[in-house]
Design a protein around this ligand. Structure first.
Ligand code: PRX
Length: 567
């Protein structure tokens, strides 16, 4: 039987105290996610249960029991303390999906510091703006990412420690750099876990903003109450499951469900630290006998593209619950997964700010392929009119998704940006910035975002950040960045560029600019196409009208152009 048992009954009888009771937490108690993800599971008699089965490039394997996770996180926490890192200091995790990333986050939380996970493919400028906003004290990284940090070091006087987890002694360490090897360090049996309370800050995740720099989403230790219960009721993790969350902990899914949800429910999880390849993924599922699989539409569409034939080569019969998040999961993907795996992917909707699943499909509830499902028990969600901010009653009408604030894992603010945070609330509702319809049965159907942010393969990219970076290229005079359709990634980045005199708009320049953005920001933010044009469409007041370029890419009606400069 599934953990949720019956969705409608759970909705009727819901109270977050269900989660608090299961976790043995009472209001006012100390609550430390690090302890819940390791020590508590050991105290429940599962010290020798496998917690993490890790596989890296070339099939290298590492295994950690819950006791290993407990000791290793104590060791990392103690090491950070020995450097002088204190509670509420920001400690960035800037690594591939290596065990130190998973365990490091737990260690940081144990000492009451704030974990700031960042996607390791970020280039130096993406890294800098996020570290600078948070005034990060320490960064834990691998030697392969060190060059990016060294490049921006002079601009970061607050960054006191650069901790390298795989230092090999080949080149001398520089100022502020220090080596730490989890394998060579003496395991620390006991650590004084910092007595964090419900509202103590835990994680700072950066997400893209439409008009400004990325925003630091501040979460607190009480978020566990949501993350634990949603993991149990949506992903349905049970005692003997082998769970695989394909997300990178540089993004929120990888922390909320790849670390906190996984370890706090005491499941055995596996991690594959290598890029996407259909056969490698199927092989991984077969080898580890994965039962619960949380992935993303772009990966599912890539698997569809790889064809059904290769699936027959693998025994995937262990799978029993599949879920997806991050971008619209098209109906075809749900129908396909039922055909090839005998299971439908359960779509789930949420975002960095919400900290946990808000709207979802649930084991046992009827799935309508293409729909995101219904609000999680305890979550009041609706759609509201964009002008009046009143709930929409008519069936089929499009409105803004609106959620009643107050669930445990809601962000508490944007770091140093309270004003933008306040703007996310209207008429007593939290607005995630997405549009949807609701059908007569209460199912939500995603329509699109309500801003210019680009969702490429489930990752948000700010056109503003790409445009700012483009301007730093010597040949670029002006630019406008929009999304364009893509079969697998749903959307990719496209840049319209006007160039300065003396440069030639040719393929070499296009490649040069693409590479410039890839290095500076990230491969995700790199435009997949650059169109050189003579002038950008602007309003009479000089504002670039991205809307027109966007409409052109998507073959949509251009709409009102009465304010255009060159009318
Ligand atoms: O636009 C929605 C889209 O991704 C945004 C959140 O992105 P991020 O904060 O990076 O978090 C991603 C993982 C939780 C949302 O505002 N999104 C997320 N899930 C879905 C979705 N769009 C359609 N369907 C979904 N299931």
């Amino acid at each position: 039987m599934s953990n949720i048992v019956n969705y409608d009954e759970r909705v009727k009888n819901f109270d977050w105290s269900i989660s608090e009771k299961e976790l043995g937490y009472k209001a006012g108690d100390v609550i430390n996610i690090g302890w819940y993800c390791s020590d508590r599971i050991c105290e429940m008699g599962k010290a020798n249960k496998m917690a993490l089965l890790w596989e890296g490039l070339g099939g290298v394997e590492k295994k950690f029991t819950y006791n290993d996770i407990r000791l290793a996180s104590n060791t990392i926490g103690t090491f950070l303390r020995s450097l002088g890192v204190k509670n509420e200091d920001r400690v960035c995790l800037f690594m591939d999906k290596v065990p130190e990333l998973y365990i490091g986050l737990i260690g940081i939380l144990k000492i009451g510091a704030i974990a700031q996970p960042l996607f390791s493919a970020f280039g130096d400028e993406s890294l800098f703006v996020r570290l600078d906003n948070a005034e990060t004290t320490a960064i834990i990284t691998q030697k392969k990412h060190l060059a990016k940090i060294r490049k921006i070091l002079d601009r970061m006087p607050y960054l006191k420690h650069i901790i390298i987890v795989d230092y090999d002694g080949k080149y001398p360490l520089r100022e502020r750099e220090v080596a730490f090897s989890l394998e060579e360090a003496t395991p620390i049996e006991k650590i004084d876990i910092y007595p964090t309370k419900a509202e103590s800050p835990s994680i700072l995740h950066y997400t893209s903003g439409t008009t400004g720099q990325p925003k630091g989403v501040k979460h607190v230790h009480y978020s566990l109450i949501s993350q634990y219960l949603t993991t149990k009721w949506v992903l349905d993790n049970q005692e003997n499951d082998i769970y695989w969350c394909t997300a990178d902990p540089g993004w929120v899914t990888g922390t909320s469900y790849g670390i906190i949800g996984a370890f706090s429910t005491g499941v055995t999880q596996c991690v594959l630290d290598s890029g996407f390849a259909a056969e490698a993924w199927y092989k991984f599922i077969e080898k580890y006998k994965v039962t619960v699989w949380y992935s993303a539409p772009t990966a599912i569409r890539s698997l569809m593209k790889a064809g059904d034939e290769i699936i027959k080569k693998y025994d995937l019969s262990s799978l029993r619950n599949l879920a997806s998040v991050g971008e619209p999961l098209n109906a075809e993907a749900v129908v396909w997964s039922e055909k090839v795996f005998g299971l439908q992917f359960l779509d789930s909707y949420w975002q960095t700010e919400t900290g946990s699943i808000m709207i979802s499909n649930y084991p046992g509830m009827k799935v309508k392929p293409g729909s995101m499902g219904k609000p999680f028990p305890g979550i009041t969600a609706t759609i509201i009119d964009p002008d009046t901010y009143e709930p929409i009653k008519e069936e089929g009408k499009i409105g803004l998704i609106a959620i009643k604030p107050g669930w445990p894992s809601m962000m508490r603010t944007y770091w140093n940006n309270e004003e933008t945070y306040k703007n996310k609330f209207k008429n007593g509702w939290y607005l995630p910035g997405d549009r949807s319809t609701i059908d007569k049965d209460g199912y939500f159907w995603f329509i699109g975002r309500d801003d210019d942010i680009i969702n490429t393969g489930g990752h948000l990219v700010s056109p503003f950040e790409v445009e700012s970076a483009l301007l730093e290229h010597e040949a670029v005079a002006e630019s406008a960045v929009v999304s364009k359709p893509d079969v697998v990634n749903m959307e990719v980045v496209k840049a319209f560029v006007t160039i300065k005199a003396g440069f030639t708009a040719d393929q070499d320049l296009e490649l040069n600019i693409m590479n410039f953005i890839r290095k500076k920001l990230s491969p995700l933010a790199m435009p997949q196409e650059i169109e050189f044009i003579d002038s950008l469409p602007k309003t009479r007041s000089g504002k670039i009208m991205r809307r027109i370029l966007h409409a052109k890419e998507w073959g949509e009606e251009i709409g009102d152009t009465s304010t255009l400069e060159n009318d």
